[in-house]
Design a protein around this ligand. Sequence first.
Ligand SMILES: [Zn+2]
Length: 68
Amino acid sequence: MMDNIKLKPCPFCGGEPMYSVVNHGDGGIVYCTKCGICTTSALTDTPYTAYEAAAAAWNRRVPEKEEN
Ligand SMILES: [Zn+2]
């Protein structure tokens, strides 16, 4: 279940975020496909936890807004 964490839209431009594996699968980043900002690389033991770490880092950047 690689994508059980939903990525929020970019906090700066509202663009769609993408996850990318880095460091030969030992890490991951989330970046915006529109403006190009990205999280710092999340380094973990497995791609699964790297995704979780990167997704969490991305989502922490997004200001909480009222959702409906
Ligand atoms: Zn953006």
